[in-house]
Design a protein around this ligand. Structure first.
Ligand SMILES: [Zn+2]
Length: 301
């Protein structure tokens, strides 16, 4: 089996500009897991504790989604992006145990850290097994889909933003002319947002079929709790069948049949109407009388 060991979530920006310090790692215990955080330097405007608090909040968001921190041990290497602000260059590895490298700007502010989505996205990767290259879309898609929902669950992101960004960004996941399905079309849009669209459709269908008693979250928890994490290599069928079993149906395997080897058209404007989400000039309105309003609130509750 081919081991794909690197989930490179933002291309480029990876050249190390720091020297590793000799400090002992900072240990963060969260949801039954331990994250060992090392700092390349202390050249930040922010006190180190603020960065540790940000890591802790991202870990709490992901633990809340998976029902626990998705791996028992993880290593996080924080590098300094000299002269810059914000967070960039997240890369997650499964080989040799879950670990991530990420760059925090020397001049990053608390607000930059509050707005960051990258570290939560990387931590979500810990909760899903590694797949072969053709199935990379389910790894990136699930991280793209789960990250804002997990942050909203710990009040790190407003629910309006979860849905507003989805309405804005999901069209990038639709098949273009010549598309051959998610397994065979490895563009950026189909990998990240095509995979996220798969997850959204799966979540909606599971909740429709179970009167909102189950959701994609139950499938992903079952996969993770059975040992599916970034350090394990699984075929996609094993993960999806396990998710189907946990949610009492065949939604995931059926949807994989519809989207894996061929393009599937999705009427997104109609889906948003059914879910009761309206985005007008950046302003989000929820419609409680929409047919799937209950599904929408269950997803982001
Ligand atoms: Zn990623």
């Amino acid at each position: 089996m081919t081991r794909r060991s690197v989930l490179r979530c933002l291309p480029g920006l990876l050249a190390a500009t720091t020297v590793r310090s000799q400090d002992a790692p900072v240990r963060i215990e969260m949801g039954g897991g331990v994250i060992e955080v090392t700092f390349g330097s202390d050249q930040f405007d922010l006190p180190r504790q603020k960065i540790v608090d940000w890591v802790t909040l991202c870990a709490r968001a992901v633990s809340s989604y998976f029902g626990r921190y998705p791996v028992s041990q993880a290593r996080l290497e924080i590098q300094t992006a000299q002269g810059r602000r914000g967070v960039s260059g997240g890369v997650t590895y499964g080989e040799g145990g879950a670990h991530t490298r990420i760059r925090v700007g020397q001049h990053a502010t608390e607000d930059d850290l509050n707005r960051d989505w990258i570290l939560t996205h990387e931590f979500v990767h810990y909760g899903f097994p590694s797949m072969d290259r053709d199935r990379h879309w389910i790894e990136e898609g699930s991280a793209t889909y789960v990250e804002p929902i997990a942050r909203a669950a710990v009040q790190a992101l407003p629910v309006e933003k979860v849905w507003g960004d989805m309405v804005r960004d999901m069209p990038q996941g639709l098949p273009a002319a010549g598309d051959q399905g998610l397994d065979r079309t490895h563009t950026w849009g189909r990998t990240y947002w095509g995979g996220a669209l798969f997850c959204l459709l799966a979540d909606v269908r599971i909740r429709q079929k179970t009167q909102c008693k189950k959701g994609l979250v139950d499938a992903l928890r079952a996969i993770n709790h059975a040992g599916g994490n970034v350090a394990s290599d699984w075929p996609i069928e094993k993960a999806l069948e396990m998710g189907d079993k946990a949610t009492g149906g065949k939604v995931l395997m059926t949807l994989y049949g519809e989207m894996g080897a061929k393009p599937m058209e999705v009427d997104l404007p109609d889906l948003w109407r059914q879910l009761g989400v309206e985005r007008q000039g950046g302003q989000i309105t929820f419609h409680a009388d929409a047919p799937l309003a209950r599904v929408r609130s269950a997803i982001s509750s």
